[in-house]
Each structure stands twice: as structure tokens, then as C-alpha cells.
Design a protein around this ligand. Structure first.
Ligand code: UDX
Length: 425
């Protein structure tokens, strides 16, 4: 089949590359000419495992363009994969979506407009009205949300837990289901509002688990229990399951913070106070800041002290720093007058972290530091020469914000080690 994908961001590129891999002809369209030029030259603007290979392998089935007409030409399905960032009020900003809807040219065949971007429940109905107003009855509308995580997006797309297709018309859902031929996964066919809600609710369920285990961790710290043991013990209960129970310094990224806020606002705008979700968001904000308190308890005031942040990306395997806990940590540390050094193997913190000294290596970052905070669980940090790191530090204090390191080993090296929800010695 022939498809067009609007938006050459993270979701659009993964969607385009994966549909090409499934044998479809794909045109990816973006308004940013430099991005399209780079893609034509074979350069991939984001760091995503397997994406470059996939784009290269399917070169002859992929086109990149800035032209709407060129992208739509012959397409049976038009995917929308543009950004929906939060506005000041926390609602999703749908202006890029509306631009695509309004730019859609009149065509004399049936096409399906498929929404990949995460949008509030009710968006599909509003888009449907707008299309009808423009006399576009031959354009079907389908909600086909993505559930891909950064770092594993290609695998998540090609081997998903489920495919969700919400449509107003069964024939449009058939077209989108056919597009996914070759993927072995259960298909949920439903109404558009439910498909939109599945995406938001899935993210809400996952962030609830993270804030839950983070609160359990905080109670563990107060009571002497160990959250890793507790997570294992509860995770083996099949009704609970073991995933997303890693306690740490909070969730970040391009989806969780934005989508939980959007669902909170969506509920509020509809007159409902989503108390549980409000608490989940609040717990996450406090979790990022707890590390500062931990340091202050050990060091007294942090004014003039040097703190090294190890890892900046919101999770390992990506250079993405959107809503990363490192941003809050750096901001708070600078605000209390600490010197902050930071290192990350791929994320470029220089632009975002004004006033932070960016080091070329982790050892350089900890040089002369009064404390180090492991912010992102990069494997490089597990393998770091911690004896050498300790020798370079002014004080051997470490907060392991991801419970990645072995406390016994570090304490044997003379470190004062503190994890999240683990016994303090
Ligand atoms: C997430 C969802 O997994 C994906 O389905 C959705 O489409 C987009 O949002 P992503 O943001 O790429 O994907 O990353 P994910 O691996 O889910 O992690 C998100 C954040 O939660 C990270 O900051 C991570 O460190 C944190 N996290 C995750 C925890 O703190 N504990 C956990 O147990 C799991």
C-alpha cells in the first residue's frame, strides 16, 4: 500500500520506516526543509536503536518531502505524527494537527486519515466535523495510537503487545488493519474515543506504577525495608506483574509527563477531578527533589560544594533530555549555590543546562566532587572504575538514583552509598 506520514519526528520516522519494512511505499513529509534534506542524504536526526539500518534497508520504498501534494500522491492512508506538546495550561497543543487537517488537498478517491500523535479524547470527533465541513466525506478517520518506548521503538512497533484501531467506519479500520499485515499481535477494534483513551490510560497506568513504587521506596527508607526485594516480592504475584516497578528519581521523557498532564487537564476540563493522577504527578515532582534533601542531610549546605550528575538523558539508550530528572536536579542544585558538573555518553546537556560544567568523561565529572548522583542508568556507569572515581572525589558520597550499583562493592571501596528505598548504612 502507499502511505504518507506527516511529521518526521521520532514517532513519524519510526512509523514510516516500519511500514516500509512491512513492504509499503512511504512518503514522509515535514515542514522543516533541513530535516528533509538530511534524511534524503541518509542522515538520521535522532538516536534510536535500529532506525538508521531500517531506513537504509528500505531506501527504495521511502521518500522524504516538504510538499503536501507530493506526499499525498497515490496514498491510501495519511498518518499524522506531528508533535502535540503541552500548552501553558497543560492541555495538549493541537495546532500542528489542525495544520495537517487544513492542508489536506481534495482527492477523488477514498483515503484514511490515521492519527498516530497522542491527542485528547474527543479530538477524532472534532477532526471528523472539520473534514465534513470541508466536504471531505471521502476521507475516513482512524485513531491508531503508538505504544513505542524510546530505545526500543522499532522492536515495539514491529512486535507490539496489541494494535489499537478506533474508527467511525469499519471499512477504514479494515484498511489500517491490512497495513499491519505481517505483524503478529492482537488487534483491538473499537470506537475512536476509546482508542484515544486507551493510549492515555496506558500511560497513566504505567506512571501510577512508577509513583507507587517510588512511594513504597520512600516508606522503605523510613522503615528499613529494601525496595528491590519488595518489588521482586510483589512482582511475582501474577495479578501485579514485575514490570515498571523500578524505584528511582522519577519518570521523565517526551510522553509520560506530557500525557499524564494532558489527561489530568482533560478530566478537569470535563468537570472531573482525577485525584489519583494528580497525586501520581505530584509524587514524581517530589521524587526528583528528594535527592537534594539526601545530600543536604550528609553535607549540610550545598553552597560551594561540587556535585556531579552522572547521566543526563531521561533514560539510557537515548539522547533525549525532555523532562529529564537531571534538568530539575541541576536547576535545584544551582539554585542552592552548588557547583554542578555533569556527564552523559550521548545527551548534549550543554544547551539545556546553563551554568553546569559538562565533562568529557564520568571520571572528569567526579573530579574534586563532594558528591555524585547517578541520574541515568547507563551501562557505562555500572562498568566505571569506581575505585578511580572515589580516588578523584573530595568526598566519597554517592546517591544511586536508579539503584544500579552494588552497595556492598561501593561501601568496600570506602563510599557512603545511598540508593532509593534501600537501607542506609
Ligand atoms: C513511554 C512508554 O513506555 C511508551 O509506551 C509510550 O508510548 C511513551 O512513553 P518512554 O518515555 O520512551 O516510553 O520510556 P520508558 O522506558 O517507558 O520510561 C519512561 C520513564 O519512566 C523514564 O524516565 C524511566 O526512567 C522511568 N521509569 C520506567 C521508572 O522510573 N521506573 C520504571 O520501573 C520504569
Amino acid at each position: 500500500m502507499r502511505i504518507a506520514v506527516f511529521g518526521a519526528g521520532y514517532v513519524g520516522l519510526v512509523t514510516g520506516a516500519c511500514f516500509a519494512e512491512l513492504g509499503h511505499d512511504v512518503a514522509v513529509r515535514d515542514v522543516v526543509a533541513e530535516k528533509i534534506d538530511a534524511l534524503r542524504r541518509g542522515e538520521v536526526p535522532i538516536h534510536e536503536e535500529g532506525l538508521e539500518d531500517l531506513l537504509e534497508r528500505n531506501r527504495e520504498r521511502l521518500r522524504f518531502t516538504t510538499g503536501v501534494d507530493e506526499a499525498i500522491e497515490g496514498a491510501e492512508v495519511v498518518y499524522v505524527a506531528v508533535g502535540t506538546p503541552p500548552t501553558y495550561s497543560g492541555d495538549a497543543d493541537l495546532s500542528a494537527v489542525w495544520t495537517v487537517v487544513d492542508e489536506l488537498p481534495r482527492v477523488d478517491r477514498r483515503i484514511v486519515f490515521a492519527m498516530k500523535s497522542t491527542v485528547p479524547v474527543g479530538t477524532g470527533r472534532t477532526v471528523r466535523h472539520r473534514l465534513d465541513e470541508r466536504g471531505f466525506e471521502n476521507v475516513g478517520y482512524v485513531s491508531n495510537p503508538e505504544f513505542t518506548a524510546e530505545g526500543t521503538a522499532v522492536r515495539d512497533f514491529l512486535h507490539p503487545d496489541r494494535i489499537v484501531i478506533g474508527a467511525f467506519d469499519g471499512a477504514d479500520a479494515d484498511v489500517v488493519e491490512r497495513l499491519h499485515a505481517g505483524i503478529d499481535a492482537p488487534v483491538i477494534r473499537c470506537d475512536v474515543a476509546s482508542a484515544e483513551m486507551i493510549k492515555l490510560a496506558a500511560n497513566a497506568a504505567l506512571v501510577t506504577r512508577i509513583s507507587f513504587i517510588n512511594e513504597i521506596a520512600n516508606v522503605c527508607e523510613a522503615t528499613g525495608a529494601d525496595v528491590l526485594t519488595v518489588a521482586k516480592g510483589i512482582g511475582l504475584d501474577r495479578r501485579i506483574g514485575s514490570s515498571f516497578l523500578r524505584a528511582g528519581i522519577g519518570f521523565g521523557g517526551s510522553c509520560f509527563p506530557k500525557d499524564s498532564l494532558a489527561l489530568k487537564q482533560l478530566a478537569a476540563n470535563s468537570g472531573y477531578n482525577f485525584q489519583l493522577l494528580n497525586a501520581v504527578i505530584e509524587v514524581n515532582e517530589l521524587q526528583k527533589r528528594r535527592v537534594i534533601g539526601k545530600r543536604e542531610r550528609r553535607l549540610g549546605t550545598l553552597r560551594g560544594k561540587k556535585v556531579a550528575l552522572l547521566g543526563l538523558a531521561f533514560k539510557p539508550g537515548t539522547d533525549d533530555m525532555r523532562e529529564a530528572p537531571s534538568l530539575v536536579l541541576a536547576g535545584r542544585l544551582l539554585a542552592v549555590g552548588a557547583h554542578v558538573s555533569a556527564w552523559d555518553p550521548v545527551a548534549d546537556g550543554g544547551v539545556l543546562l546553563d551554568g553546569v560544567e559538562i565533562a568529557a568523561t564520568a571520571l572528569e565529572a567526579v573530579d574534586g566532587a563532594d558528591a555524585a548522583v547517578l541520574v541515568t542508568e547507563w551501562p557505562e556507569l555500572r562498568d566505571l572504575d569506581w575505585a578511580e572515581a572515589g580516588a578523584r572525589m573530595r568526598k566519597k558520597l554517592i546517591v544511586d538514583g536508579r539503584n544500579m550499583l552494588d552497595p556492598v562493592e561501593l561501601r568496600a571501596l570506602g563510599f557512603e552509598y545511598e540508593g532509593i528505598g534501600r537501607a542506609v548504612e
